[in-house]
Design a protein around this ligand. Structure first.
Ligand code: UGA
Length: 457
């Protein structure tokens, strides 16, 4: 049933928000708004997820999410539904936060964004969208909002909606999603008409009050570009320090940790995202770098620096294998224990995790692999299946192994001492994340670390 335009205007209030797509970004955004008194409707097509959320169960492990979810349930400030029409009708501002997964050729699949825009159009019924604002928060490549979202909202037939439209890229990190949303470094708003941009700024002013972060207002396409340029820059920073690490390893006495600290003290360089390791993973950097490269290819631009960062990252997990071989020789028939499967600590997420690449490469070389992760084992099982053995503890993972590789820098791994490795068949350890002090290990067992040039090998 279609809603009359009158109903639409009657139900929406200035502080009513719909969030379409309840992944990391959607749930975190929804909970932060609801925690500050906004009335929020979260929309998703996944009924199982909706049922869980209604019962206060978070679909992922994330600091403070469960706590905010139960607060929101008590105060009735949040509603979860698969009814787009209801959500659009009752809301003043509609955020699209659906996923934009990678396709085989590296571009992004915007089917969910299109479908959300179509649902919004349908949900508006006869109403022309006046007084409402649609905000694209999903990560979309430059040109998508004006080239795909806007025409979809207009119905594709040359019609015109008066729905406001803005792009508002998200910069939150998994593991600190709530904290990042509550105090971001900046807010980027892209709008091609002044009114849409001003409306979104006004919404954020109500949300942040006196702690309003710096806002950059620009056009739609720049806002889309800023998201990709930011993630690609951070990915490049990681690959840069990994390149330096790979060189340090070959120079006796060199240590990338010291080099990185020394570089980071220069305010122009900055300390963050200069931790060398086995490469970046997760659902964002690899996907966004690939997508930007694909768009650049199509426009005839060669992004040489970003392509190099991407290539360095693809090869970086192999550093762990080279280091393991330097300690124990051929890996054929050897048992290799991997500590950490999650793409970074503080999350259960294993999407595009370095650990997955490492497992493939180790098995290719005939190694038998056993893995342990404090949080991500059940997600790992869904992807790795019977390819590896799963250990229930650090001790069980390394017992009887010929080599252990630290893949994710969980806190519990930082506390490891040489005696914790005494039950290994061959006491050999590769620190792939530079979380252990080489001086504690070098005289007690075979030890190698990313970016650490041993004085005598
Ligand atoms: C990243 C960005 O940091 C967020 O700003 C952005 O909003 C998000 O992507 C997104 O596009 O949605 P996230 O993927 O959660 O956030 O993870 P990061 O903390 O950025 O780490 C990404 C990868 O880089 C991890 O595998 C991490 O281990 C690796 N990394 C990070 C390093 O190897 N070294 C570093 O110094 C920093």
């Amino acid at each position: 049933m279609r809603n009359s335009s009158k109903t639409v205007e009657l139900l929406a209030t200035d502080n009513s928000i719909a969030i379409i797509g309840l992944g990391y970004v959607g749930v975190s955004t929804a909970l932060c708004f609801s925690s500050r008194g906004f009335s929020v409707i979260g929309v998703d097509v996944d009924r199982e997820k909706l049922t869980g959320l209604r019962k206060g169960r978070s679909p992922f492990s994330e600091d403070r999410v469960t706590e905010l979810l139960s607060e929101a349930r008590e105060k009735h400030t949040i509603e979860f539904t698969d009814d787009f029409e209801l959500a659009v009708r009752k809301s003043d501002t509609i955020f699209i936060t659906v996923g934009t997964p990678s396709t085989r050729n590296g571009s992004i699949d915007i089917a969910q964004v299109k479908s959300a825009a179509r649902s919004v159009r349908r949900a508006l019924g006869g109403h022309d969208g006046r007084n409402k604002l649609l905000v694209v928060k999903s990560t979309v490549v430059p040109g998508t909002t004006n080239g795909v979202v806007r025409p979809t909202l207009n119905g594709g037939g040359g019609g015109r909606t008066n729905l406001g439209l803005a792009v508002n890229p998200e910069f939150l990190r998994e593991g600190s999603a709530i904290a990042d949303t509550l105090s971001p470094d900046r807010i980027v708003i892209g709008a091609d008409d002044g009114e849409s941009g001003e409306r979104l700024v006004a919404l954020y002013r109500r949300f942040y009050g006196e702690r309003m972060p710096e806002v950059l207002m620009t056009n739609v396409v720049n806002a889309e570009m800023i998201k990709y340029a930011s993630n690609s820059f951070l990915a490049t920073k990681v690959s840069f320090i990994n390149d330096i690490a790979n060189m340090c390893e070959k120079i006796p006495g060199a240590d990338v940790k010291v080099v990185s600290r020394g570089m980071g003290l220069d305010g122009r360089i900055g300390r963050r995202f200069l931790d060398a390791g086995l490469g970046y993973g997760g659902s964002c950097f690899p996907k966004d770098v690939r997508a930007l490269l694909a768009v650049a290819d199509r426009s005839g631009t060669e992004l040489r620096v970003i392509r190099a960062a991407h290539q360095t990252n693809a090869l970086q997990p192999l550093v762990a294998i080279a280091l393991a071989r330097s300690l124990v020789g051929s890996l054929r028939g050897k048992r290799v224990a991997l500590l950490g499967v999650a793409f970074k600590p503080g999350t259960r997420d294993v999407r595009d995790a370095v650990s997955l690449k490492l497992v493939r490469e180790l098995r290719k070389r005939g190694a038998e692999v056993v893995v342990f992760d404090p949080e991500a084992l059940s997600n790992a099982k869904k992807i790795l299946g019977g390819a590896v053995a799963y250990a229930k503890s650090i001790e069980a993972c390394i017992r009887g192994a010929d080599c252990c590789i630290i893949v994710t820098e969980w806190d519990s791994f930082r506390r490891l001492l040489p005696e914790d490795f005494s039950k290994m068949r061959t006491k050999a350890l590769v620190d792939g994340r530079r979380i252990l002090d080489p001086n504690l290990f070098l005289n007690k067992m075979k030890f190698a670390a990313v970016g650490y040039g041993k004085s005598s090998r």
